[in-house]
Structures are given as C-alpha cells and as structure tokens.
Ligand binder design. Structure first.
Ligand code: ATP
Length: 257
C-alpha cells in the first residue's frame, strides 16, 4: 500500500532580504514516518518549519500539505506543533494545565467560538496520553521542564493532529526525562501511526526510534532511512555539513572504552 505524502517540498528556495537560506529543497515526509531533521545552527531548520507551518512563503518552489497546495490548505488542525521554548514558563505564569491544553483546540474551533461540548473530555484524554492527567488543575509554572514539555505535547495532541512537528523539544530537559519524552513520541508514532518530524541538533538520543533522517545545511545533503544514515562515514557527513558531525552509533559498533 502506498503511503500518503503529508509534507512535500518541491524545489523550494527561500531568502530573507539578500540572504539565501534554503536552496532548491525537495523533501517528502510520508504518513507514518518518524523523521529527524538534522542541521547545524543557522542551517535553515526553523525557516523550513515556518514554510511548512504557513508562516513564510517560499521565494520559489512549492509546499504541499496532505496533497494540497499549502496556500489553499485549510486543515491546520491536522498539524500539531511543539516549539523550542515550550518548557520555560516560570512559576507565576497564570494558567492551569487544563487551560494550556484546551488552548490547543483554538485552531480547530476558532478563537471566539464556544467551548467544544466535549472539551473537558478531550483535554483529559490528551493529558492521559502523556501521563499527566493528575496535573490537570495545577498551575503550568509549578511543573518541571519535562512535565511542562509533556503538557505542551498534550496541547498539540488535543486537536488530534495527523502530523506532529517538534522543534528541538528537549532543550533544557535532563537526560532521564529526555529518554522518557522520546519513548512517549515513539509510542505515538508506533501505536497511533502519528507522523512525526523532529528537529534536532543531536540524533544520538533518538537513534533507536526514528525511521528517517534528513540532513539540512541550506540544501538537503542526505535524506533516507535511518539505517542508511548510520552507515555513512563520519567524513561523508562532515564534508556535507562543512563541519564536524557527531554520528549516531550503529548497533554493530563496539562501544568505546
Ligand atoms: N527574520 C530573519 N531575517 C533575516 N535573516 C534571518 C531571519 N531568520 C533567520 N535568518 C537567517 O537565516 C539563516 C537560517 O536560520 P534558521 O533560524 O532557519 O536556522 P536554524 O537551522 O533553525 O538554526 P538554529 O539551529 O540555530 O535554531 C541564518 O543565517 C539566520 O541568521
């Protein structure tokens, strides 16, 4: 059975003023994929996300979402997004976990529309899926960074998206919680067939979970299955990136002593 492409970038270029940031990018993400988008600082990852989220328009080329031209795409609720700084609310922030998660329904309901009849149920279900239902009445600022991150995943999940985009979601979270976080998203991918696009500097920690890797540095230097990425040499990667690259450990490799 052929999988539906959810995101297609067709020969997309983008420039800010005079700076060419993305150069003839073609990339397809299919239903069920778990793609890690890797690239050094300034390589264009956030710009690419903004093009996918409809916040920027390509200078040339085309963005297709769920088979439709992104300009005409009117199902934004199918795409969940968790941004880089979703886990840094301080303790005085005046919103409960319930309110934060419910705000994720705005996209599908419209800002000034009435509360969905089943809103409370949807909020609890979303919190259950990230193991945070017992925190529903708590203030978001009282939670740890890792707990806040889970709440923001629930906020992205409450509208039941088909595609979840995570932009460096584990910055500032300790190692143990990072592992738990990736177990959670891998579960969403494997059990709920949720398509995932994860933007990161470091693929090491997710190596066992992802299905595909794309390496971006203004152009796409590699896009393929994770196992093919694992078999690339360090030199190949460094040449493409123009810098030294940390490599994910293949299970075949001996651990370093
Ligand atoms: N609004 C803007 N105006 C002009 N140039 C910009 C703007 N936003 C980003 N840039 C430039 O575009 C390039 C790509 O930036 P982008 O934020 O997409 O990279 P990134 O891969 O997400 O980086 P990082 O890993 O540091 O977040 C950089 O050179 C950046 O300076």
């Amino acid at each position: 059975m052929t999988k539906q492409p959810l995101i297609e970038l067709q020969n997309v270029s983008f420039q800010y003023e005079y700076t060419n940031v993305l150069d003839h990018i073609s990339l397809t993400i299919n239903e069920g994929d778990f793609l890690a988008l890797l690239g050094p600082n300034g390589s264009g990852k956030s710009t690419m996300l903004k093009l996918i989220l409809g916040l920027l328009k390509p200078t040339s080329g085309k963005v297709m979402l769920f088979g439709q031209d992104a300009n005409k795409f009117n199902h934004r609720e199918w795409i969940g997004y968790v941004s880089q700084k979703s886990n840094s609310f301080n303790s005085g922030f005046p919103a409960t976990v319930k309110e934060v998660v419910a705000s994720g329904l705005v996209k599908s309901l419209g800002l000034f529309k009435r509360k969905a009849p089943n809103q409370d149920k949807l909020v609890i279900e979303a919190l259950q899926s990230v193991g945070m239902e017992s925190f529903v009445q708590r203030n978001i600022g009282e939670l740890s960074g890792g707990q806040q991150q889970r709440v923001f995943i629930a906020r992205a999940l409450v509208a039941k998206p088909k595609l979840l985009i995570l932009d460096e979601p584990t910055v500032g979270i300790d190692y143990e919680n990072v592992q738990a976080f990736y177990d959670l998203v891998a579960h969403l991918n494997a059990r709920h067939n949720m398509t995932l696009m994860l933007v990161t500097h470091d693929v090491d920690v997710v190596s066992s979970k992802i299905s595909h890797v794309a390496c971006l540095n203004k152009t796409i230097h590699f896009h393929g299955f994770k196992d093919d990425y694992v078999n690339l040499t360090k030199d190949e990667l460094s040449e493409w990136y123009g810098m030294s690259v940390r490599k994910i450990h293949s299970h075949k490799e001996e651990p370093t002593k």
